[in-house]
Design a protein around this ligand. Structure first.
Ligand code: SF4
Length: 410
């Protein structure tokens, strides 16, 4: 399989695919956490990192993001070693944003401090709700009280962090969501992400939804919740800089912004996807396969570190055995697909899509290409046009997926 060659990727995503149990709405790739699995995984991850360094021309990193799964289940020692290794292999800028996702159910004050010492400078906290009934229904193992305790600790130790809420939950009323928002605002987090509950195929919620067991709020209530959030967060001084994201000045998520700007990014771990500006390369979501490919000798992490001392460079070698394993899928996009994707992503941001940037990227005039679509969306008050750009109106943000469909080309 041809490999990607990264010219200008400045962001690195690392997938840590371990969870204590599976939340019934979640379609992220994860397996059950065990110490032994993490140990084997870390040796494999270092091997993939080694391999990655040979595919990258420009070793400058501005952001590193550790997502999951539940990265906070992993001992901070591993995180520290990983960051050290990345800094050894890449030029990580001094002001780099280094984020880890944490779950209030698997974090303690000691771990928060240890993560900071390990080099993490931003936390993304999966609060999801402050309502015990909803947390329980979502399969979250934290309580409202624990969520508040953890947010207090996070705020004490970290200047930069984000807190997530999910809305439009089964049986959730507008009032209940308003209480969630108000609870969140008491902490005044520098960054807030708000996600609409999505029912994904191959999840227990999908089955229950199809059997009529999940009573989701109506589209009207869903829209009212979103409008309420926009109003409350604006009044509280947050900039609504992306459909689902709100930040105080200076606290936008720099890593995610690289995705929205359609810039290339690197990725490590099973299920993780990298993008070189033309093609997306996705590691298969299969930890066993990943371990077989990168760590066929089943080295523990300590053994791996020892072996590195005796063979300091180029530990990872393709051999006959792993050449036969298909570890990732490559998906190269047509120009039309890229133009559509670029448009969706740019329109997610408050700044919207600038015509001249689109032209620089594709040598195509956006206004001529989408003349009819722009006119129709403007007429329906879903987008606005100004200063050589288009951007979503508040109504457009509510039905963003429908707007995005307009930019798909035959
Ligand atoms: S903890 Fe996060 S990644 Fe794990 S199953 Fe729940 S939502 Fe998914």
């Amino acid at each position: 399989m041809p490999d990607l060659k990264f010219e200008n990727a400045n962001a690195l995503y690392i997938h840590l695919p371990f969870c204590t149990s599976k939340c019934p709405y979640c379609d992220f790739y994860s397996v059950k956490y065990s110490k032994q699995r993490v140990d084997l995984y870390w040796a494999a991850l270092f091997m993939e990192l080694e391999e990655l360094t040979h595919k990258v021309n420009n070793h400058l990193l501005q952001t590193i993001y550790l997502g999951g799964g539940t990265p906070s289940l992993v001992a901070p020692f591993f995180i520290g070693e990983l960051i050290k290794k990345i800094k050894n292999k890449f030029r990580v800028i001094p002001a780099a944003e280094i984020t880890i996702e944490i779950n209030p159910a698997s974090i303690t004050e000691e771990k928060i401090i240890a993560l900071k010492r390990a080099g993490i400078n931003r936390l993304s906290v999966g609060i999801q709700s402050f309502n015990d009934q909803h947390l329980n229904f979502l399969g979250r193992r934290s309580s409202s009280e624990n969520n508040k305790k953890i947010l207090t600790l996070v705020d004490q130790y970290f200047d930069s962090y984000s807190a997530d809420l999910i809305f439009a939950l089964p049986e959730q009323s507008l009032k209940e969501f308003e209480i969630d928002l108000e609870e969140m605002l008491k902490f005044n987090p520098p960054h807030i992400s708000l996600y609409n509950l999505e029912i994904h195929e191959n999840t227990p919620f999908y089955q229950r939804y199809n059997q009529g067991e999940l009573k989701l709020p109506t589209e009207e209530v869903d829209a009212e919740m979103y409008e309420l959030a926009l109003k409350k967060l604006k009044t509280a001084g947050y900039q609504h800089y992306e459909i689902s994201n709100f930040a105080r000045r200076g606290y936008r998520a720099r890593h995610n912004y690289i995705y929205w700007l359609y810039q290339p990014y690197l990725a490590l771990g099973p299920g993780a996807a990298a993008f070189d500006g033309n093609c997306r390369s996705q590691n298969l979501s299969d930890l066993s396969l990943y371990l077989k490919y990168y760590n066929p000798q089943n080295l523990s992490f300590a053994e791996f570190l020892e072996s590195e001392v005796s063979q300091p460079a180029g530990r990872f070698r393709q051999n006959k055995q792993n050449q036969e394993i298909k570890i990732r899928e490559l998906n190269c996009l047509s120009k039309k697909e890229k133009m559509a994707e670029y448009s969706f992503l740019a329109l997610r941001t408050a700044k919207g899509l600038f015509y001249h940037k689109f032209y620089c990227q594709f040598k195509v005039d956006f206004k001529s290409l989408y003349k009819e679509e722009i006119a129709e969306l403007k007429e329906n008050n879903l987008i606005e046009e100004g200063n050589e750009r288009i951007y979503l109106t508040d109504r457009g943000k509510e039905v963003a997926n429908k707007v995005f469909l307009k930019f798909l080309l035959d």
